[in-house]
Design a protein around this ligand. Structure first.
Ligand code: HEM
Length: 331
């Protein structure tokens, strides 16, 4: 209650409650208790639906974590990724990074449906995704953090933003780092957040090049462990099998831990974008080693970097809207 009064007072004075929130680009702010009075059950609703979905299919935790990332890198964390094509909207679901790959939309729909019953027109789809990403991390054994809230939903999508801003697995280290810097994130965030690949799957098409023709000379990637590579080739042939699935972390694919970083030390990263963190830059190499030796440090930095990513230019105040259906803008 006291907190609420302080926030209201600061708002009435036209001040941003810096001490309680994280400042954002647009001058708005997010804070964990945003729905404390308007929808006290919001966090519980997300947690319950996510827990049920992950119990049914463990991979769903990874898919929900990734959705938040693919949302935030395109016009900020504004749920633009959830919009289906209609009218003038061309869905981001069709982009190269998302097509045949992004998933979890039905789980977000289910959360939203329960949320609209409990507190109509109150909780944004963008906030639901940020909470679902945190809950997915916790449910698989990773760190927890308080999620700053108060994002609103976009009234448009950006297919080109999705194609251009989200790093591709065959991008160079420099390109990937540049794409993170354009979002206000740095090398520490890049390495920690890549640790998300401790859970979830990737398709053959996302790393095939490494197995057969890494640099146009018909040779496999020499930074890929040879016996791991031959194992991968069994289900990821030179042609065909594009959609075949592989664990990003073959050691503990559904556990959020630091084995992703240990794998990189052993040249057993699945994606080129994973392995380059260890092979192409001294600073990121040191970070990979640090997290491989110290899971606690990884967890601490992961939580910090997730909050930072979640703060990428949210819509606040009167900007955007609270969508009633996450797949379409309000009439
Ligand atoms: C650093 C640049 C990154 C690149 C190049 C990248 C690329 C990829 C690719 C290619 C896949 C597999 C997609 C497929 O084959 O269908 C994937 C999966 C995944 N990514 Fe990333 N990613 C990056 C960073 C991140 C970040 C920052 C997060 C989260 C904060 C994340 C979370 C995930 C998760 C959890 C999966 C598994 C999804 C599932 O199983 O459904 N990634 N990523």
């Amino acid at each position: 209650m006291v907190h609420y009064i302080i926030v209201i007072t600061l708002l009435a004075l036209g001040l941003s409650p810096h001490c309680l929130s994280s400042k954002t680009v647009g001058g708005g702010y997010l804070y964990p208790q945003f729905y404390g009075h308007s929808c006290p059950k919001a966090q519980e609703i997300v947690r319950n639906v996510v827990a049920k979905a992950v119990a049914k299919e463990p991979r769903m935790a990874a898919s929900l974590l990734r959705l938040h990332f693919h949302d935030c890198f395109v016009k900020g964390c504004d749920a633009s990724i959830l919009l289906d094509s209609s009218g003038s909207i061309i869905s981001e679901k069709r982009s190269n990074p998302n097509r045949n790959s992004a998933r979890g939309f039905e789980v977000i729909d289910e959360i939203k449906a329960v949320m609209e019953k409990e507190c109509p027109h109150t909780v944004s789809c963008a906030d639901i995704m940020a909470l679902a990403a945190r809950d997915s991390t916790v449910l698989t054994g990773g760190p927890s953090w308080e999620v700053p809230l108060g994002r609103r939903d976009a009234r448009g999508a950006s297919l080109s933003g999705s194609n251009n801003n989200i790093p591709a697995p065959n991008n160079t280290f420099q390109t990937i780092l540049t794409k993170f810097k354009l979002q206000g994130l740095g090398i520490v965030d890049l390495v920690a957040l890549s640790g998300s690949h401790t859970i979830g799957n990737a398709r053959c098409t996302s790393f095939r090049q490494r197995l057969y023709n890494q640099s146009g000379n018909g040779q496999p990637d020499n930074t890929l462990d040879q016996s791991y590579a031959s194992q991968l080739r069994r289900n990821c042939p030179r042609s065909g099998g594009d959609q075949n699935l592989f664990f990003l972390d073959f050691v503990s694919p559904i556990k959020f831990d630091n084995s992703y970083f240990k794998n990189l030390l052993a040249n057993k990263g699945l994606l080129n974008s994973d392995q380059v963190l260890f092979t192409k830059n001294g600073e990121s190499r040191e970070l990979v080693k640090t997290y491989a030796y110290n899971q606690e440090l990884f967890f601490l930095q992961f939580a910090k970097s997730m909050i930072k990513m979640g703060n990428i230019s949210p819509l606040t105040g009167y900007r955007g809207e609270i969508r009633q259906n996450c797949r379409k803008i309000n009439a």
